[in-house]
Design a protein around this ligand. Structure first.
Ligand SMILES: [Zn+2]
Ligand SMILES: [Zn+2]
Length: 244
């Protein structure tokens, strides 16, 4: 109870800070909005041709057309999720937006980011029945006061009308945050056992995982694997950006 109240207060405090300090673009620092129209327009979009599963750019003809464009990585190691999509490549102002949301607690930027994700979702139409933010460990959530993926999911819920499901998927232990220096195999091993699913009746319909950034896809894959193992799904994933 105490934790709940303090994290609520922390969110309220952040929202107050957002209000007290006038909106400033996270990309160019100009005043007026949290992401100005210029920065938004110049953010690198994650446009096709891309792997229909992980949305990684398909670099050479050898990487795909014969297999419906599925990239080598997804062919070698089938994903537990059906497909992932995102509106942006993680770079430029898109990176600044994620950082502002994750490390500076600029909660209002979630609204702008979710709007772009909602557009992407509408176009993609995976027929999801519920949104599942990728959880943080309890300790990290307490120290940060919020889960940035949950903030995105809440805004996305407001825009799409889909319910947010937060009690189902839990994070068992901490993996280093997006550890850049760690290679893919190590990262995958780190997150493979990180998620668990609370026992309950399977949710009806496809589920949509929501996260800020997709890197190798190992985190989303581990979440999807845990959900599928517990009889839920199929599972799709939507992030704001992805590292190409
Ligand atoms: Zn700007
Ligand atoms: Zn792929």
């Amino acid at each position: 109870m105490r934790v709940g109240v303090s994290s609520l207060l922390s969110v309220a405090w952040r929202r107050t800070l957002d209000l007290v300090f006038p909106p400033r673009c996270v990309g160019c620092r100009s005043f007026g909005s949290f992401l100005c129209s210029h920065c938004l327009a110049t953010m690198p979009r994650a446009r096709p041709p891309r792997c229909p599963v992980c949305w990684m750019p398909v670099l050479s003809p050898a990487e795909g057309p014969g297999d419906g464009g599925v990239c080598r990585r997804c062919r070698d190691r089938p994903r537990a999720f059906e497909a992932a999509r995102c509106p942006f490549v993680y770079g430029g102002a898109a990176r600044e937006a994620v950082h502002a949301l994750k490390y500076q607690g600029v909660s209002a930027v979630a609204e702008v980011m979710a709007r772009e994700m909602a557009e992407c979702l509408e176009e993609w139409a995976p027929q999801a029945a519920a949104l599942l933010p990728v959880p943080l460990t309890g300790a990290r959530r307490r120290s940060r006061g919020y889960n940035q993926s949950e903030m995105l999911a809440r805004e996305l819920s407001r825009l799409s009308g889909l319910p947010v499901e937060t009690g189902l998927l839990v994070r068992r232990r901490g993996a280093p945050p997006q550890a850049r220096a760690v290679d893919e195999a190590a990262r995958r091993a780190n997150v493979a056992e990180a998620f668990a699913v609370r026992q309950r009746d399977p949710l009806p319909g496809p589920l949509l995982l929501v996260d800020d950034v997709m890197t190798s896809g190992a985190t989303l894959d581990a979440c999807a694997r845990a959900l599928r193992g517990a009889g839920h799904g199929p599972v799709y994933a939507l992030t704001f950006g992805r590292e190409d």
